[in-house]
Design a protein around this ligand. Structure first.
Ligand code: NDP
Length: 279
């Protein structure tokens, strides 16, 4: 079976560079989709309280028969639970839903900088959770440079990762570089921009030349840039396709050409203004 490279996070925890994302996978389809990914060989699952499907991930983990220590599981704190006591309770909810006694990585999903909650308070709650060993690593998602800087200045634990939107139309390089400088690894969400980049002429040309699909070329670009990725698909053939990234390499010229496609185009919300809190 293909062996997936691992990345060592700033606290020594190892994470498979390629995983499987379950955003927008219906709760009642999540167990089967995750089982398919595990059968194909994925050993890293990215879920979140907001996705409403942690229980399905947990069922798949148990049904797969694979030793829990071989699978890396990430979840994220939902918006609306940023205050300390709420965050601690919500984390317990994640473990209950997964029927697990730990997660490998737990993230603050969004910083919500325009609301009346303070992500620094939330981060300190995650530090408490980390100290109990029930999250092997903690990190953030959708944090901009100023938000990261504040944690670096005022908190004790440096986030292990920052999970942000990155794909060929949003290279997000200055934030990625800031992460490199401070030991915060970038995880690239919506790595194929939910499919929006797949007909790009530059990607089509490279894909035809190297004999791969545009999705594979795009995901390989992420891998060669060093980011962690977890494409989502409920289609088995695509789950397999997205896993087959380690038998070819892009030239530096092709990597640069894909990076040049950057036009600062988001598929998701702007983290500086996103203030959605589920009711
Ligand atoms: P992706 O960029 O992974 O794209 C998923 C879409 O592309 C689906 O519609 C899927 O269709 C389709 N697709 C997948 N593979 C292929 C392929 N090989 N060829 C053609 N189409 C394909 O989008 P996501 O937004 O799901 O991002 C991936 C993961 O990132 C999420 O699942 C989640 O874990 C994380 N994420 C985190 C966010 C955050 O705020 N922290 C925000 C958004 C995502 P189908 O399923 O029908 O096959």
């Amino acid at each position: 079976m293909t062996s997936i490279p691992t990345i060592t996070l700033n606290n020594g925890v190892e994470i498979p560079q390629l995983g499987f994302g379950v955003y927008q996978v219906e709760p009642d389809q999540t167990k089967d989709a995750t089982l398919t990914a595990l059968e194909v060989g994925y050993r890293h699952i990215d879920t979140a309280q907001m996705y409403g499907n942690e229980a399905g991930v947990g069922e798949a983990l148990r049904e797969s028969g694979i030793d829990r220590s071989e699978i890396f599981v990430t979840s994220k704190l939902n918006n609306g639970f940023h205050r300390r006591d709420d965050a601690l309770k919500a984390f317990d909810g994640t473990l209950d839903a997964l029927k697990a006694d730990f997660v490998d990585l737990f993230l603050i999903h969004w910083p919500l900088p325009t609301t009346d909650v303070d992500y620094l308070e939330t981060w300190k709650a995650l530090e408490e959770i980390y100290a109990t060993g029930r999250a092997k690593a903690i990190g953030v998602s959708n944090f901009q440079q100023a938000h990261l800087q504040r944690l670096l200045d005022e908190a004790d634990v440096v986030p292990a990762v920052n999970q942000i939107e990155v794909h060929p139309y949003l290279a997000n390089d200055s934030l990625r570089l800031f992460g490199v400088e401070h030991g915060i690894h970038t995880e690239a969400w919506s790595p194929i921009a939910q499919g929006k980049v797949l007909e790009d002429p530059t990607l089509v040309e490279i894909a035809e030349r190297v004999g791969k699909s545009t999705a594979q070329v795009t995901l390989r670009w992420h891998v060669q840039r060093g980011d962690i990725v977890f494409p989502k698909s409920v289609t088995r053939s695509r789950v397999e396709e997205n896993f087959a990234l380690f038998d070819f390499e892009l030239s530096d010229v092709d990597v640069a050409a894909i990076t040049d496609l950057d036009k600062g185009e988001r598929t998701g919300p702007d983290p500086d203004t996103f203030d959605y809190i589920p009711s």
